[in-house]
Design a protein around this ligand. Structure first.
Ligand code: 4AD
Length: 468
């Protein structure tokens, strides 16, 4: 019986259809093969003698057309149901696709009640509508495209750093520092009724990180090029279209820097390299956005990739704003923080392409920013990258590497004890260095032209909202 069993298995193997993903099936490489695909029904079109289905498994924007005889129709075959189809891959006589699957068997794996399913066949649902269903919106074309682009963008950013000799560091999510000093921290503590001050879990106040920069700086004392790419958290009570409470940040730190140009070169190169990779590898998905969701945005991206990003100082930016005829809601005096309306104006002024703004007022920047020691307008060697549609995409600076200046600054802020370890970094082989952080969701907004940041992250968290 053992040998019979083996024989049976062999016999079975011969007949077992090859399991393909939809993207592999539609590539046409397996024409004539007996195959099996699994996925979710994107459309059902019963006709007199035939049944047409479109099945998608997330591997591609395109679905695979299934052609079956009417006998294979099943009332459970509805939009959204999960199916397994076996059959033969054939050349399609229709213009819209090159191959189709002539079904021999259709098995409904998971039913989908079409009445309660929030998406309707043939309807194009807007981003705002699908946002109400964070657990289901991956089932729409537009959001599955977004997620494929997001995945590619992640790889593209890692590729850039790898190709350019950066070492990836996993900086902690739980930390005891407020890197940016803005007080936008989420405190971390396990729930406990006896949670007294002297009994807390970490023995010190602990928070979700607002930035991995300080830990990255520690590592930049041994590795001259480091980066981190992970979640960051800010308790910003903002309902804006570019702020989240949980977002992903790409941060890099480069040792032995001479000037801000050493940093802006990395920012610009990374932006170009990642964007070119995404446009090349996700052409169809990006087109869906550029043609149907944000028409016209492709021209902005093409212009962005063609030209070198201009660089202006903060003082020049203030001059530009003050010379404009635009009425701004917020003040534009030297020393004011740039608001989104100012950033938008500056980007337009510079030809609607990304622009670097450098040398911000010293008092606007966190304690770590390098003092330019200039007067009367006292500035720090800091730089922001402003981009069309979004405004600030990256924030960076040279770091204060001089022990005496850094100590004086921390003493002024009453932070010298908290940051004694950070001061150590300036005592043991300190070198000029600098770095920046790029908001990953804002980057996706920028390349796709998406207006609301909640539409480029799988599960958005923001004030008064933590669905799921
Ligand atoms: O300018 P930020 O605050 O810089 C830092 O955190 C530095 N420590 C980074 C560094 O130098 N290593 O933040 C960097 C970027 C911003 O330019 C913005 O794109 C994004 O992070 N960002 C946010 N994105 C979404 N939601 C928020 N609440 C964000 N806050 C900042």
């Amino acid at each position: 019986s053992v040998s019979r069993g083996i024989l049976c298995t062999r016999h079975y193997c011969k007949k077992t259809p090859t399991k393909l993903r939809v993207s592999e099936a539609i590539s046409g490489a397996e024409l004539g093969a007996n195959i099996k695909v699994q996925g979710w029904v994107r459309s059902v079109r019963p006709q007199k003698t035939n049944l047409f289905l479109n099945v998608n498994d997330g591997s591609s924007l395109q679905s695979l057309q299934i052609v079956a005889t009417s006998e294979l129709n099943d009332p459970l075959l509805t939009f959204g149901s999960a199916v397994e189809v076996t059959g033969t891959l054939k050349k399609s006589p229709h213009q819209k696709q090159t191959v189709e699957l002539q079904a021999e068997q259709i098995h409904v794996i998971g039913e989908c009640n079409p009445v309660d399913f929030p998406f309707k066949i043939k309807e194009r649902h807007g981003l705002e509508y699908i946002r109400q269903f964070p657990h289901l919106r991956c089932r729409t074309n537009v959001f599955s495209s977004l997620l494929r682009i997001r995945s590619e963008a992640t790889s593209a950013i890692h590729s850039y750093f790898k190709e350019n000799g950066f070492v990836q560091i996993n900086t902690p999510v739980i930390t005891s520092n407020d890197c940016e000093g803005a007080g936008e921290l989420f405190q971390v503590e396990p729930p406990s009724p006896e949670n007294k001050e002297d009994q807390n879990f970490f023995s010190v106040p602990a928070f979700l990180t607002v930035s991995g920069q300080l830990h990255l700086e520690a590592m930049s004392g041994a590795f001259s090029k480091v980066y981190t790419f992970g979640p960051t958290f800010r308790a910003e009570n903002s309902q804006s279209r570019r702020h989240l409470a949980e977002f992903y940040m790409v941060e890099a730190e480069v040792s032995f820097t001479q000037s801000l140009e050493d940093l802006t070169k990395v920012m610009e190169d990374m932006f170009r390299s990642a964007t070119e990779q995404i446009l090349a590898h996700c052409a169809e998905d990006v087109d869906l956005f550029h043609k149907h969701v944000t028409p016209g945005h492709r021209d902005t991206i093409d212009a962005t990739l063609k030209r070198k990003f201009p660089m202006i100082t903060y003082s020049e930016a203030i001059d530009i704003l003050n010379r404009s005829s635009e009425k701004f809601a917020f003040p534009t005096d030297w020393g004011c923080d740039l608001q989104k309306e100012h950033e938008k104006y500056l980007v337009k002024h510079c030809g609607n392409i990304p622009v670097f703004v450098t040398d911000y007022p010293y008092d606007l920047k966190p304690f770590y920013a390098r003092d330019n020691q200039d007067r009367p307008n006292h500035t720090a060697a800091a730089v922001d990258l402003l981009v069309p549609g979004v405004g600030e995409l990256c924030g960076g600076s040279l770091r204060e590497e001089r022990l005496d200046l850094l100590r004086a600054r921390l003493e002024e802020l009453g932070l010298e004890d908290t940051y004694s370890w950070y001061l150590d970094l300036r005592s043991f082989g300190s070198v000029p260095h600098g770095g920046f952080g790029l908001g990953f969701e804002r980057y996706l907004q920028c390349i796709l032209g998406v207006d609301n940041i909640k539409d480029v992250i799988p599960f958005p968290r923001f004030s008064h909202s933590c669905l799921l």
